[in-house]
Design a protein around this ligand. Structure first.
Ligand code: GAP
Length: 548
């Protein structure tokens, strides 16, 4: 992962936000190449969902043909949206603070090991602790430190002379539960156990003020998901464009979450982009549509180059489901910052039932004792958070039936997808240099459709008409809308390596032969195969390869 992060910085993919002021935790800037890569990821998604969608044919695996529409909603919306969506009450993490080190942790991310200390041999220093059982937290910022880290801290805390008498109570790292007594817990860098505060709820929405007066009624939130803008506009879309249930509404946009512990490069950020589809269907057909979207979204990542061995579809257990969901599967990727065998979420595909539309009609919903959804009532017997009161049901004029559509929601993170494509692309191989010595070559094996630059035009030398022919070719590629690069600086081997490192799939070299027969060498980044192509056919050839 360190190599990937270093390459991202060195070659202008991703920079720490506000770096000149020491950075701001959880915020990232995309550099000149990163912005192109991420745009290509979003474009690939938008194309697949909307631009290339044919509403008159049945896609493979789909129960029937369907329509798709797009939206771009505001980031700040009416505060009632978040009350009815459940985010105001429920979008919380539990955090705990270390009173000694002033560090803050997400309670569910705490990992460590239980150790027992034999009281019979304990010395004066340890006697003051009314326990023989301690939970040693592994430093949550560097979980890879794992076992070695906890053993070091055990030595330091108990003293080396007692090391052999310590009894480890768990083989691997385990998490704390709410019932564990915090007085037994030794936090990272703390000198004594018991410094953690009781876990407290912490709402992840960023608060802001709308308007100049700034009273309590002017409080608003930066959206923590793009989905709610789609639900709030459901009726607008039905009434204004030609869609019939089943149909989908897509949106790409920024979301904000005040994550307690942003980490793992861009994986968990405080500002990020989502690519969300809300697919509205008849309740009776919602299971089929759920399966369809789950499988289709998994395939999308495979089609763009993620390897099956690092990509998995995981169905949620019942207790993992969000407050609205009756079924969810995660599409997960084996990021290199995770331990072997561990996966991180790229996208959640959720069957949300009619929770969202009903909440925005009637008020916030909750499950009753039988598990049914009902409007949540306050102590006065009135709905706790009132809905819009608007009728968000749908009338099917062919079947003469009115119903509240069910929703299937594939919700992807543009930054996580981009990071996964970066991690997957990073490759090292051994290639001979100009002198025939083997050298490590770093290449980014991006899918050509995602690569920031598709073709680099490289005149072999800066004379004999080669730069002029090169520029002509470069301009023809640009005119055809193919992002290209012109480079005539330095040895050709070095220029190839520069392009390999930023993932340019094809290099076009202008050499002496080009000046005679008007052909160029087309070099493939991955196979290193070289073929000669007439200059007049290069643009079509690159366009053809990009389509295939
Ligand atoms: N509307 C449903 C929803 O927002 P989610 O699982 O909370 O569901 C969907 O988020 C996706 O958004 C995640 O799978 C992930 O790709 C991305 N995402 C969520 N939180 C993120 C964060 N803090 N940083 C980067 N991406 C994030």
């Amino acid at each position: 992962m360190d190599k990937v992060v270093a390459l991202c910085k060195r070659r202008g993919f991703i920079f720490q936000s506000s770096e000149i002021y020491g950075g701001l935790n959880g915020f990232w800037d995309y550099g000149p190449l990163g912005v192109e890569l991420k745009r290509n990821v979003k474009e690939a998604w938008w194309r697949d969902m909307l631009t290339n969608h044919d509403e008159f044919s049945v896609p493979p695996g789909a129960p029937q043909a369907f329509s798709m529409a797009g939206l771009d909603c505001s980031i700040i919306m009416h505060p009632q949206i978040w009350k009815c969506s459940g985010h105001f009450d429920l979008f919380c993490d539990h955090m705990t603070d270390c009173r000694e080190t002033k560090r803050r942790y997400r309670f569910d991310q705490i990992r460590g090991r239980w150790v027992e200390y034999p009281r019979a041999t304990q010395d004066e220093r340890l006697k003051k602790f009314a326990t023989t059982r301690f939970f040693l937290i592994t430093d949550v910022d560097s979980p890879e430190a794992g076992l070695e880290d906890t053993i070091q801290r055990a030595r330091k805390f108990f003293g080396r002379q007692y090391e052999k008498e310590l009894k480890w109570q768990s083989e691997g790292l385990v998490g704390l539960t709410r019932n564990d007594h915090l007085g037994h817990v030794l936090a990272p860098e703390a000198s004594e156990p018991g410094t953690l505060t009781e876990p407290r709820e912490f709402n992840l929405m960023f608060k802001t003020i709308v308007g100049a007066l700034g009273g309590a009624d002017d409080a608003a939130f930066l959206r923590p998901e793009t989905a709610q803008g789609i639900f709030a506009n459901f009726k607008n879309v039905v009434d204004t464009v030609r869609v019939r249930v089943p149909f989908g509404i897509v949106q790409i946009g920024k979301s904000f979450r005040n994550e307690i512990t942003p980490r793992n490069f861009t994986f968990r950020s405080r500002e990020f982009e989502q690519m969300e589809l809300e697919f509205f269907c008849h309740p009776k057909e919602s299971r089929e549509w759920y399966t369809y979207w789950r499988d289709r979204r998994y395939q999308w990542y495979l089609n763009l180059g993620l390897k099956r061995e690092r990509l998995r579809l995981r169905d949620h257990d019942k207790d993992e489901l969000s407050h609205y969901s009756v079924g969810t599967a995660d599409i997960e990727y084996g990021f290199p910052f995770l331990d072997a065998g561990e996966f991180g979420e790229l996208e959640g595909v959720a069957h949300r039932g009619d929770f969202d539309l009903r909440s925005h009609m009637d008020g916030k919903l909750a499950r009753d004792s039988e598990g049914n959804l009902a409007v949540e009532l306050g102590p006065d017997g009135k709905p706790r958070h009132a809905g819009s009161g608007k009728d968000l049901s749908y009338f099917d004029d062919q079947a003469r039936e009115r119903f509240v559509p069910h929703v299937i929601e594939p919700s992807a993170g543009a930054d996580r997808a981009t990071l996964a494509f970066i991690c997957e692309a990073y490759t090292e191989d051994q290639q001979p240099d100009e002198k025939g010595d083997m050298q490590t070559r770093v290449l980014m094996k991006f899918h050509p459709r995602l690569a920031p630059i598709k073709a680099a035009v490289l005149p072999l030398v800066k004379k004999d008409g080669m730069p002029e022919l090169g520029l002509e070719l470069y301009r023809a590629l640009k005119a055809a809308g193919i992002p290209s690069y012109f480079d005539q600086q330095g040895a050709i081997g070095k220029r190839y390596r520069r392009q390999d490192e930023i993932g340019t799939p094809w290099c076009l070299t202008i050499d002496g032969q080009s000046m005679q027969d008007k052909t160029v060498t087309l070099r493939d980044r991955d196979t290193l195969e070289q073929s000669r192509v007439p200059v007049s056919e290069v643009v079509d050839e690159i366009a053809r390869r990009l389509r295939s």
